[in-house]
Design a protein around this ligand. Structure first.
Ligand code: CMP
Length: 141
């Protein structure tokens, strides 16, 4: 069925000039862009977004990484969009992500950043979309 999912092009993706390449891959796949904005996360929003990682070893690093520069937030829609986007993105660690995936092709290692975030389930997608977008900022067309 048709799903919506949230993508963040992270600070390293934005700073290193990967925005266009990342969006092109989603457009080429046939996903529909329903929302798009640049936003600089503060600590409060970053902490909300990464709530499920609170208490983990890398949490502090994760918050400073995601707040280091602006991100580009996207709402993408399409058939099985959550899984389709996760497949295009590749595994969390860019060193292990397969060639052909966004992380496999455009990022080198977790230490340098994995350039992108994508919702991992319907429940997470709904929460994350609501966290980053007001309903009037999402367009169905
Ligand atoms: P993301 O898909 O945004 O979800 C959580 C993020 O935490 C992940 O991408 C990475 O950026 C980061 N992350 C996950 N595991 C580790 C780790 N072991 N060390 C550092 N960062 C991590």
């Amino acid at each position: 069925s048709i799903e919506q999912t949230l993508v963040l092009i992270k600070p390293d993706g934005v700073s290193d000039g990967k925005i266009g390449q990342v969006i092109k891959r989603f457009e080429d796949k046939g996903l529909q862009l329903q929302g798009m904005k640049m936003i600089w996360l503060d600590e409060a929003l970053a902490t909300k977004h990464y709530q499920q990682h609170q208490g983990k070893k890398f949490f502090e690093r994760l918050i400073s990484y995601i707040t280091a520069a602006p991100v580009v937030a996207l709402v993408l829609a399409g058939e099985s969009a959550i899984k389709v986007v996760r497949n295009l993105v590749g595994t969390t660690n860019p060193a292990k992500a397969k060639p052909g995936t966004i992380r496999g092709d455009l990022a080198i290692s977790l230490e340098h950043g994995n350039i992108i975030h994508a919702s991992d389930s319907r429940e997470t997608a709904a929460k994350e979309i609501e966290l980053f977008f007001a309903s009037e900022e999402i367009f169905t067309y």
